[in-house]
Design a protein around this ligand. Structure first.
Ligand SMILES: [Fe+2]
Length: 396
């Protein structure tokens, strides 16, 4: 059977012109037994379209691990290191991720109490909260009426010691049913986005870069981010912005000397733009919550200095300044018309290019709204590649 590729079902809120290349549904393949030619085709589709949807999939945790590993055959451990999350109780991810015992590279995410699942007799999962994690809370009345938020815009990556995974596979086993909800941006813009219950929202890192004005593109291609050591512990005492795109700067981050033991050599410094291995496009990929410093290279000699930001380069260590810059670069890319909120059906599998897109969960779930998902991503065997010398010349 030939592979069939169709566009994703875009919501009315989406600007279809901006999604021409983003996202595809793939039909006519059995992910459990791909031959090399089929895998090659899927791999290329993924890097071209950033997110692939497969419906009615049956996939065991071992098969899901094998599928993720096919994209990076020498990778071994979960994106955050096997068992690292269980062992780091103060991490903000600890409450929401639990490893499948037999396949520790596959994590359970979801909501409610599940029984007899993959060797786990009983487990209560907690949907990531938009109620306690953001600085400003939505009123109980608004939540009752279906208000929700983006919990956390991110890529799946430890940003310490382990390289960001190339892909994430996300498999919906139990999908909660209920009325649609309204994501409120609550940032003074009045922006909102209607989403299916507990939708996973995706945005394209390529679009995020493409829509920037010249001065910010120039800054993006010349910049690298230094991430904090154990960043998810570092921010565990801080609060998120209402859009879920970064942290409010209030000096609440954990002091470095109070973090679990860390080594300078394991700190990650990564370019702001990551180059797509198939298309050569640049994707703006930065975890705004985990970022601690920004290093900016000077403009190349051929570039116009007029209106340039940091023309002689710079090293930004002030968190407010850093976060303001990142927000300026990233907020346009999460505008309602640029978000694809996936309307999950049971047995949907999404493979997304974790180095080319950002995602956030949404949704306000009650304990009896059971959500069971398996997630697998693997710490990559290599680092993301930044802009080439030519890219820097072109965009500076
Ligand atoms: Fe994620």
């Amino acid at each position: 059977m030939a592979i069939e590729v169709v566009p994703l079902p875009l919501p009315h809120s989406a600007d279809a012109t901006k999604f021409a290349n983003f996202g595809r549904e793939v039909r006519g393949v059995d992910l459990r037994s791909l031959d090399p030619a089929e895998f090659k085709q899927i791999e290329e589709l993924l890097y071209k379209h950033s997110a692939l949807l497969f419906r009615n999939v049956d996939l065991s945790p071992a098969q899901q691990y094998a599928l993720a590993k096919a994209f990076d055959p020498t990778s071994e451990s979960f994106g955050h290191g096997n068992k690292k999350i269980e062992n780091t109780k103060s991490s903000i991810l600890h409450q929401t991720l639990r490893a499948v015992p037999a396949v520790p590279q596959v994590y359970l995410v979801g909501n409610g109490t599940i029984y007899d699942h993959e060797g786990i007799p009983e487990l209560t999962l907690q949907h990531p909260s938009h109620k306690t994690w953001h600085k400003a809370h939505q009123s109980a009345e608004d939540q009752e009426k279906g208000a929700t938020r983006f919990v956390r815009w991110h890529m799946d990556a430890a940003f310490y010691d382990f390289n960001p995974p190339r892909v994430t596979t996300l498999y919906g086993i139990n999908v909660p049913q209920g009325p649609r909800q309204m994501v409120k941006y609550d940032d003074g813009t009045g922006d909102e986005l209607e989403v299916p219950l507990a939708a996973t929202a995706f945005v394209s890192g390529k679009t995020m870069f493409d829509i920037l004005p010249h001065a910010l593109k120039s800054l993006a291609v010349r910049s690298s981010v230094k991430y904090a050591p154990h960043p998810y512990v570092w921010i565990s005492t801080a609060k998120a912005k209402p859009t879920g795109l970064g942290i409010e700067t209030e000096g609440l981050e954990m002091r470095y000397d109070l973090l679990p033991e860390w080594e300078e050599s394991k700190i990650q410094v990564l370019p702001l733009c990551w180059k797509n291995p198939v298309t050569g496009d640049l994707h703006l990929q930065v975890h705004p919550m985990c970022a601690a410093e920004l290093m900016v290279d000077p403009l190349p000699e051929s570039a116009q200095r007029e209106d340039a930001l940091y023309p002689d380069g710079g090293h930004i260590t002030d968190l407010q300044e850093l976060r303001d810059l990142l927000y300026q670069m990233q907020r346009p890319g999460i505008a309602p018309q640029l978000v694809y909120p996936h309307d999950w059906r049971a047995k949907d599998l999404i493979i997304f290019h974790n180095r080319g897109a950002m995602h956030s969960v949404t949704g306000n779930l009650k304990p009896d709204q059971i959500r069971t998902y398996h997630q697998c991503n693997l710490a990559a065997s290599d680092r993301p590649v930044g802009p080439s010398a030519d890219d820097i010349k072109i965009w500076s």
